[in-house]
Design a protein around this ligand. Structure first.
Ligand code: G3P
Ligand code: MG
Length: 346
C-alpha cells in the first residue's frame, strides 16, 4: 500500500479487539506446523487485528523462541508478541537478586541463560550439581558431560540453595527430582546436608519452590497427549509427602494462573494501546487454545472469550464442549477459530 498513489486504497484501522494464540496443539505439533496456521495469521494481518502468543512452553529466551517460531511458521513474529511460561517470573529476579536459585528444566545451560537474562545473578542447575558430585544421582541416564561445564558455572554448586524454580520440562526426571528433593529436605538449602527424621516431620520445607506451568499434558505429533511439567510436579509432591508427611508448597505461573494473564494484558497494552476517549475500557480478547485446563480455564477466569480447537489435547467425540471448562465456542482448528472471531466482530 505504501507505494500506491490510488486514493481509493482502503487503510483498515487497527481493530479494537485482540487475539491470543496458544502455540502447541494450536499452531504446531512438535516439528510439524498445522496446515491452517499460516492462513489463520494471514486473516488477522489483513484485518489489522493485533495478536500475541501465550504459551506454557519455554526453556529459551523470548527472542530465540520468536526467531525459531518465525522460521518454522514462515510468518514474522516479534519477541514483543511472545510470552513464554517463565516470562512473568522475570519479576522474581529482584527478590532473589543476591540469592542462589536452582533452575530446573530443559538443557541446563539454556535455562541458566534465560535466568541470567532475567536478572538472576546466582544460578545453579541440577546438571552442574551432578557434574561436581557424580554420586548425587548414580543412576542418571545422562552421564556427566565429556566436555566439562565452564568453571564459573560450578561456583554456586557449593552455596546453599535459596529457592527452586522450574523453568521447563525436565529432561532427566530422576536426576532433577533427586536434586530438588535434596534441597527441600536439607538444612537451610545446603545440598550436602539432610534434616533429621524428626525435623523432617516437624519443620517446613527448607526452600520456596516455583513452577512455570501446571499443565499435566501437552500435544506434539504423537497421537495422544504427552507428560508436561504438572506430571513431573505430581511425582515430586508424592515423594515429598511420603518422606515428610507434609504437602509440598509451591507457587505456580503460566496459564491458567492470574499472574500470567495480568502479564499478558500488560504486553497487549504495549503492543496495542487502548485509545482513551474518556470512557473506561476493557479490551476484548479472544484466546485460542487446545487445553481446557490451561487455555480455556485461564481465559474464562480472566474475562476473555475462549475458543477451543480440536487439534491438540482436547479430543471430543463430536461437537460437545468441555464439561468442566466450557469454551465460548468449540471449533475444528485455528483457522475456524479466527473465522469465528471475525464473524462476530466485522
Ligand atoms: O509443557 C506444555 C507446553 O509445551 C504447552 O505449550 O503452547 O500449548 O501452551 P502451549
Ligand atoms: Mg496448547
Amino acid at each position: 500500500h505504501a507505494f500506491h498513489s490510488d486514493s481509493t486504497v482502503e487503510v483498515i484501522p487497527e481493530a479494537n479487539y485482540n487475539v491470543v494464540f496458544d502455540i502447541d496443539g494450536v499452531l504446531i505439533k512438535g516439528s510439524q506446523v498445522l496446515p491452517q496456521t499460516r492462513h489463520a495469521l494471514g486473516l488477522l494481518q489483513s484485518n489489522n487485528v493485533p495478536y500475541i502468543f501465550l504459551t506454557n512452553g519455554g526453556g529459551l529466551k523470548e527472542v530465540d523462541k520468536a526467531e525459531q517460531l518465525s522460521k518454522k511458521i514462515g510468518v514474522h513474529i516479534s519477541p514483543k508478541q511472545l510470552i513464554l511460561s517463565h516470562s512473568p517470573m522475570r519479576a522474581l529476579a529482584s527478590q532473589y537478586e543476591d540469592k542462589n536459585v536452582l533452575i530446573v528444566g530443559g538443557n541446563g545451560s539454556d535455562c541458566r541463560r534465560v535466568a541470567e537474562y532475567y536478572g538472576f545473578k546466582n544460578v545453579v542447575t541440577p546438571e552442574e550439581v551432578h557434574a561436581v558430585y557424580p554420586a548425587v544421582c548414580p543412576s542418571s541416564a545422562l552421564e556427566v558431560r565429556s566436555v566439562p561445564l565452564p568453571e564459573k558455572y560450578l561456583q554456586n554448586v557449593h552455596r546453599p540453595v535459596d529457592a527452586i524454580m522450574v523453568f521447563h520440562d525436565s529432561v532427566d526426571w530422576g536426576r532433577d527430582l533427586q536434586v530438588m528433593l535434596d534441597a527441600l529436605i536439607s538444612k537451610g538449602g545446603d545440598l550436602g546436608t539432610v534434616k533429621t527424621e524428626t525435623e523432617l516431620h516437624t519443620t517446613k520445607q527448607s526452600v520456596p519452590l516455583y513452577f512455570s506451568n501446571a499443565d499435566m499434558v501437552w500435544s506434539n505429533e504423537h497421537p495422544n497427549p504427552r507428560f508436561a511439567q504438572g506430571t513431573f510436579r505430581s511425582c515430586l509432591e508424592r515423594i515429598y509427602k511420603d518422606m515428610t508427611g507434609h504437602d509440598l508448597e509451591y507457587t505456580l505461573y503460566g496459564k491458567p494462573m492470574n499472574a500470567t494473564y495480568q502479564y499478558a494484558e500488560s504486553v497487549l497494552n504495549q503492543l496495542a494501546p487502548i485509545h482513551n476517549d474518556g470512557l473506561p475500557h476493557r479490551r476484548t480478547v479472544y484466546a485460542i487454545g487446545d487445553n481446557p485446563y490451561a487455555d480455556i480455564a485461564g481465559a474464562n477466569a480472566y474475562g476473555w472469550k475462549s475458543l477451543l480447537v480440536k487439534t491438540g489435547v482436547f479430543k471430543p467425540q463430536g461437537d460437545e464442549n468441555h464439561h468442566i471448562h466450557p469454551a465460548t465456542a468449540v471449533v475444528d482448528n485455528v483457522e475456524d477459530a479466527v473465522r469465528w472471531i471475525l464473524s462476530k466482530e466485522i
